[in-house]
Design a protein around this ligand. Structure first.
Ligand code: ZN
Length: 208
C-alpha cells in the first residue's frame, strides 16, 4: 500500500485522482461511491450525468484494458469495476441513494420492523388487516374496501415522495444531521406504506 495521496507506482502526488497525473497508473480505488464517481455528495443527482459518468468510467476501468499492466493495477481495475457497479446501482435510485448517504453518515438504516406501525396509520392498518382477512377467507365483499385502501396508500406514497424531494433539497443546501434524521423517518414511513401497498396489491391481483 502506497502513502495516501501518492502514486503507488511513481510516488508522485495524485491529488486524489483515480489515475496518476504523472504516469497514468490506476490508483487503489476509494470505497466511497461518490468519491469513486468524482461526484459531490448531493442527494439530488442528475441521473443522466450520473449515467454518462458511469459509462465513461466503466470503459476506463475495464479489466480488459489492464491485461498488460502490473498485477497491482489489474487488481485495482477489478476492485474499481466492482465498486463502480455497486455505486451506479445504488446512486441511480433516489431511495437507495438516500439510504447510502444516511449509512455513510452513521445512521442506522436497518429494515423497519413490520410491527412498528406509524401512529398516524394505526387505524387504517387495523381496518386494512380486517379487510385482508375477509378477502383471504373468501369474502369478496371486502374488495371495494381494499381498492379504497390501495388508492389511499398510493396517495400517501405521492406525499412521501414529495417530502423526500424537499428534504433532498434541504440537505443539499446545508448538509447536516437534521435533514438526515428527518429523512430517515420519511424513508421508514415510505417502506411501511410500500409494504402495505404490496400486500393489498397481491390480494387484489393474485396472479401478478
Ligand atoms: Zn504515477
Amino acid at each position: 500500500m502506497s502513502a495516501a495521496g501518492h502514486c503507488w507506482q511513481c510516488n508522485q502526488s495524485t491529488s486524489g485522482q483515480l489515475f496518476c497525473p504523472a504516469c497514468n497508473s490506476l490508483q487503489p480505488p476509494p470505497n466511497d461511491y461518490y468519491a469513486l464517481l468524482g461526484l459531490e455528495r448531493k442527494l439530488n443527482l442528475n441521473t443522466q450525468a450520473l449515467q454518462q459518468r458511469f459509462y465513461e468510467l466503466s470503459r476506463r476501468l475495464h479489466p480488459d484494458r489492464f491485461m498488460q499492466r502490473p498485477v497491482e493495477e489489474r487488481q485495482y481495475s477489478l476492485d474499481a469495476s466492482s465498486i463502480l457497479n455497486d455505486a451506479y446501482r445504488t446512486l441511480k435510485d433516489p431511495v437507495k441513494r438516500a439510504q447510502y448517504v444516511l449509512k455513510q453518515a452513521g445512521f442506522d438504516v436497518g429494515e423497519q420492523r413490520s410491527k412498528d406501525v406509524p401512529p398516524e396509520l394505526l387505524e387504517e392498518v387495523f381496518e386494512l388487516n380486517m379487510a385482508l382477512e375477509e378477502m383471504r377467507g373468501g369474502d369478496n365483499s371486502a374488495r371495494p374496501q381494499l381498492e379504497q385502501a390501495e388508492s389511499n396508500f398510493t396517495r400517501m406514497m405521492t406525499d412521501v415522495d414529495r417530502q423526500l424531494e424537499s428534504l433532498f433539497e434541504k440537505y443539499d443546501r446545508s448538509p447536516s444531521r437534521d435533514p438526515l434524521s428527518e429523512l430517515r423517518g420519511v424513508l421508514n414511513r415510505r417502506k411501511y406504506i410500500q409494504n402495505l401497498l404490496d400486500e393489498v396489491h397481491a390480494e387484489l391481483t393474485p396472479d401478478t
